[in-house]
Design a protein around this ligand. Sequence first.
Ligand code: ZN
Length: 117
Amino acid sequence: MEEKYCCDVMKSKVFLIDEFNPVKNAIEEGKLVVFFPKFREYGLPYIEDSVSVDLIEYCPWCGKELPKSMRNEWFFELGKLGIDDPLSSKRIPKRFKTSEWYEENFGEDNRLPDIEK
Ligand SMILES: [Zn+2]
């Protein structure tokens, strides 16, 4: 699935994180920004004792606001499926490992569901 980026610099600097491409790889490849498709979160990777990421809300190059995080919604939707410990669960549906779940649930216009936080 093609991701939409705010600018060409972001597109050239970003590293997509998934279960096979951890943050460690981004650092080793010298990528400055990581993107977690399943949470729709952008961050700056670094090593401080262990691999860490500081999440960002604006593009460091063009200054545009990045899409809102879907992390809370991710937990909420998996909770509805009866998965209460999704970070350690082995039975996460495949679409929840990518951006597929929110695109299919909430569409291209990024409409967020009403959830209680
Ligand atoms: Zn940008």
